[in-house]
Design a protein around this ligand. Structure first.
Ligand code: COA
Length: 159
């Protein structure tokens, strides 16, 4: 498996036309519980975002298996995990764990030291996943994802 940190230069001049971005949008749409709208992806500036992907082979557009998206604000030692997803066909093989370890190593080099995130209260796979990485539950976020859809905030150190 290959892991890559993307920046704006990873994509062509037109995000709308870019095949790699299309494959990220496809994975988000197919396999993430609350996908972004296509327009939101097209407006991604990449400034102070960290985007990391996992691939089966060198052909990035065809073999994207998952990605993680963070806010990484300079001067703040804490990153915000916005999304992490593994294609449903590739789950429970250690892929998201390795992808986040790859991201954390890159973030640690740039002096980021901790992370926070939100997760829907009944997303058992994600809750178990974050706990397996050592993150703690902080508090319930009432109706964070919509009426009756509560969130849980979590976080901890990144090594
Ligand atoms: C959460 C998610 C990213 C995990 O991806 P993954 O590649 O399957 O995770 P890994 O294989 O790296 O799992 C690492 C550890 O997480 C835990 N875990 C992962 N999936 C689990 C599941 N379905 N049930 C219980 N524990 C699970 C296990 O402890 C696992 O370690 P183990 O394999 O040694 O038992 C994946 O289920 C996913 O994409 N879900 C949909 C998107 C989503 O909900 N993202 C989080 C939103 S906040």
């Amino acid at each position: 498996m290959n892991f890559i940190a993307f920046d704006r230069n990873s994509f062509g001049p037109s995000l709308k036309e870019d095949k790699l971005l299309k494959s990220l949008i496809q994975v988000d749409h197919d396999d993430f519980p609350q996908p972004w709208r296509v327009e939101d992806w097209h407006q991604l500036t990449f400034e102070h975002y960290g985007l990391y992907g996992s691939f089966e082979s060198g052909d990035q557009e065809k073999s994207l298996q998952g990605f993680a998206l963070f806010r990484e604000l300079p001067g703040d030692e804490t990153v915000h995990l916005l999304k992490v997803v593994t294609r449903s066909s590739a789950r429970q093989q250690g892929l998201a764990r390795k992808l986040l370890e790859f991201a954390f190593a890159s973030q640690h080099e740039r002096s980021f030291r901790s992370l926070y995130l939100e997760v829907e209260h009944d997303n058992q796979a994600a809750l178990r996943f974050y706990e397996s990485l050592g993150f703690k539950r902080y508090r319930e976020l009432r109706h964070f994802y919509g009426p009756g859809r509560h969130g849980i905030s979590m976080g901890g150190g990144i090594a």
